[in-house]
Design a protein around this ligand. Structure first.
Ligand code: ATP
Ligand code: MG
Length: 440
């Protein structure tokens, strides 16, 4: 991508409305724009990161056996009247009427709708287990939207819904998502700790929130510090192995970890003092097992091996991609800007032409840009006629992991500089070596 032809509206000044660093940096880097309170556009740079986050979420959902579909944002109130949540949900639900005066709503979650899809076609235990997910916008008329897309009114959620014949089956489905979440957050460069959580309006009796420790987090959390070093389940994890997933679950729930709603002071005090971590955290995922709550209310039954009809056991599993992007920034930035983990960086490399219009600099940059693009790298080429200092500041701000800097003096020797955004280390090398550094 040539910066001269891209749309990346960088802000020079610190936006006054931003209270936390991720919000400030997302606005300054031109990733998002607020359209009305708690409702955001994702500008091209932000959209690239969001897409990469979603690709990782999708990959791990698929690996764990979940199947993607797409459900609408607008839902008919009827389904919610069946479950009883139309009245119970309160003011967070945006209620709308269509031209025939029929009550509709902008979905805050999809338990009812997915249960409706399920009951319309699944009739036998032989079709179970089943886990259906989508990545879709949600709306919750939050009383206090804040911190940019960290807590917005319209936001994206990956929500998965599992269906099993028995409680045991459903618990295995829950553990699949539990392990998939550990892998997902790890691939996003984050350390998320599963904590026992309250089930809230979704209902049910087994629930974990996945929390990232951060000073700006809205939740107060308490856990054993060893979680910070626990191993993540590997790529070869067998999601069908009941014992294997049980072992992962047991390990990751063996030590104390709870959000303030579930906090048990006495149990926490039983943890040796030096091992206690009491901190603030950002909730990036939340999983629930809630049994037959919705299937009983909505009549979702299947025939079991005994020939009888059984209400199906369900769980639901949410991750917030539009919250994850700022959460990653909270965890990874410095005074100069964002430092993206490679897995979600909007570009892999930025090529900085320090003197656009200088033939040798232009030729060198074009050569590098073409070679790296051809090798499948996402390359941003700063071919604008901004001053070199502005280009360096922009490159640091947007947090691309590597910068290749071409200035007249080095280029005259057939050389460029490669800078690692995270460490700040710079290395001068031949043009060929710089290309091979990323292609080889
Ligand atoms: P919170 O406690 O932060 O209000 P929640 O418990 O209401 O969240 P869930 O219903 O569990 O959220 O939603 C699943 C995930 O969706 C959350 O873990 C979070 O990542 C994301 N999410 C929920 N509400 C918002 C929001 N207002 N803005 C951005 N992401 C959100
Ligand atoms: Mg929650």
């Amino acid at each position: 991508m040539r910066l001269s032809r891209y749309f990346m509206p960088i802000l020079k000044e610190n936006p006054k409305e931003a209270e936390i660093v991720s919000h400030r940096l997302m606005l300054r880097a031109g990733m998002i724009r607020q359209q009305s309170q708690g409702i955001y556009s994702w500008l091209p740079l932000g959209k690239r990161v969001l897409d990469k986050v979603n690709a990782i979420i999708r990959d791990e959902q698929n690996r764990a056996g979940a199947i993607e579909l797409s459900m609408p944002t607008l839902q008919s109130a009827e389904l919610w009247q069946e479950s009883g949540r139309y009245d119970a949900y309160g003011k967070e639900m945006l209620r709308i009427k269509d031209r025939q005066d029929r009550p509709m709503l902008y979905g805050p979650t999809n338990e009812e709708m997915v249960t409706d899809i399920f009951r319309s076609s699944v009739k036998s235990y032989k079709d179970l287990p089943l886990n259906l997910y989508h990545i879709q916008l949600k709306f919750r008329d939050e009383i206090r939207p804040r911190f940019g897309t960290m807590r917005s009114r319209e936001f994206m959620m990956k929500d998965a819904y599992s269906f099993d014949l028995t409680r045991e089956g459903a618990e295995h489905s829950y553990k699949k998502m539990f392990a998939a979440y550990l892998r997902t957050f790890d691939r996003l460069g984050l350390r998320a700790i599963p904590m026992r959580a309250d089930t809230g309006p979704i209902g049910g009796d087994l629930s974990h929130e996945f929390i990232i420790l951060a000073d700006t987090g809205e939740s107060e959390v308490f856990c054993h510090k060893d979680f910070v070093g626990f191993d993540i389940p590997g790529e070869s994890t067998d999601f069908d192995s009941v014992e294997g997933l049980q072992a992962i679950f047991d390990k990751w729930t063996s030590l104390y970890a709870a959000t303030s709603e579930m906090h048990d002071e006495a149990a926490f005090n039983a943890v040796p003092e030096g091992d206690r971590l009491s901190a603030r955290g950002i909730e990036v995922g939340h999983i629930f097992y809630f049994g037959t709550k919705y299937t009983e209310a909505m009549g979702a039954k299947v025939q079991g091996p005994d020939g009888k009809e059984h209400f199906v056991h369900m769980g639901s599993y949410g991750i917030g991609p539009t919250r994850l992007v700022p959460a990653i920034i909270e965890a990874s930035h410095d005074d100069n800007g964002i430092i993206w983990p490679a897995s979600v960086a909007p570009f892999d490399i930025v090529v900085i032409n320090m003197k656009a219009g200088d033939q040798a600099c232009d030729d060198t940059c074009e050569l590098i840009y073409a070679a790296l693009s051809k090798a499948g790298k996402d390359v941003l080429y700063d071919d604008t006629d901004d001053r070199a200092g502005t280009k360096f500041a922009t490159a640091d701000l947007i947090g691309v992991p590597f910068q290749i800097i071409a200035g007249p003096r080095a280029v005259a020797n057939g050389e460029v500089e490669v800078k690692d955004r995270k460490t700040g280390a710079r290395e001068t090398m031949t043009i060929e070596a710089a290309i091979n550094r990323f292609v080889a």
